[in-house]
Ligand binder design. Sequence first.
Ligand code: ADP
Ligand code: MG
Length: 316
Amino acid sequence: ATPTAVMVGTGIAASFGVLIKGGDVLEKISSITTIVFDKTGTLTSGAPLVKDIIQIKEHFKLEEAIDDKDLILYFTYLAEKGSEHPIAKAIVSKIKTLIPSKMDEYKDRYSVREFKNRDGEGIVAIIDDKDENKTIEVLCGNDKLTHAFNSELKQNIDMLEQEGLTVILVSIDRIPQMILSLEEAHLAKQESREVVNYLRKVMKLRVAMITGDNKHAAFKVARHLGIDINDVVYKAYPEDKKKAVERFQLERKEKVMFVGDGINDSPVLAQADVGVAINSGSEITVNAAGIVLMKDNLYDVINAIRISRSSFRRIK
Ligand code: ADP
Ligand code: MG
C-alpha cells in the first residue's frame, strides 16, 4: 500500500467520523468475508423498556422472600445505577417513576459499598444498611447469575422468554425476589435492516449476530433483519463471543469483522480480524477496536468497507 493511498483513505473515513487505526486495518477491511454484529446496542437501539414486574413472594409463595416490594425495587435501583448496560438504564428509569417518595426516604440509610459486573450474566452489588449495621447482597441478571430456584419460577421465566422478552431476575441475599421483563422499544435501529441487506446482497458478505440475550429475543431480531438464524449465537458470554468468531475464522476460513457497542465486547473485538466499536464511551473498548465509529449509525460500516475497497483497488 502506498502511504498516500492510506492517508487519503483514512482521511476520507475520518471526515465521516470513522476512525481507522492505520494502514494495516484499512487493508484488512477490504479482505473481510463475514461481519458479525452484537445485538443489544448495536443492531437494536439498546433502549429496552421494562414491561412487567413480578414480585416473587406474592406470586410464588416463597416464604423467605421480602414482603416490601418498594424496598426490593430500591435495592434493585441502587445495584443497577452503577451499570452502563442498556438493561440497567431501563430498569433505573422505570424504578424512579415507581417509588419517587421512597427514593428520598431510603437515601440516607442505604448506600452501595461494592459493585461488580459479571460479564454476560449481570451485576452484583453489596449494599450497606447503616441503621442495622449490616450488608446486603443484590444480584440482578439472567438465570446464569441468579439460578432460578424452583421449577415453577423457571417455567415462568421460560414462558416470558418465549414471548421474545428479556428476563432479569433479582435476588437479595441469595433469595429470588423479583422478575423484570423487558422489551426492546424499537425492535431494531432504523437503518439496521437496510444495512444488513446491503452487506449481504450488494457487498456479498455473510452476516451473523451474537448476543448474550436469550434465544427467542435473538431470533426475533434476526428474522426481522433477514439474518439467517443458523448464523445467530445466543446466551453468549463475552468469552463465547470471542470463541464464536474464532470458529468462523478457523473452521470456515472466514475473515471476520466484529461490530459491537462495547459493553462487555473487548475480548471479541480483539479476536476479530477487524474490530469495530460503535457508540462507545468506554476507553477499553476503543483500545481493543481497529475502527471506532463516532456516530451511532450503521451506515458507517458500509462507508468503511467502501473506502477500504476503493483505496486498495486503486493501488493494486
Ligand atoms: P448483549 O450486548 O448481546 O446483550 P451482554 O454481554 O452485554 O450481551 O449482556 C448479556 C446478558 O447479561 C444480558 O442479556 C442480560 O441478561 C445480562 N446483563 C448484563 N448486564 C446486566 C445488568 N446491568 N443488569 C441485568 N442483567 C444484565
Ligand atoms: Mg451489547
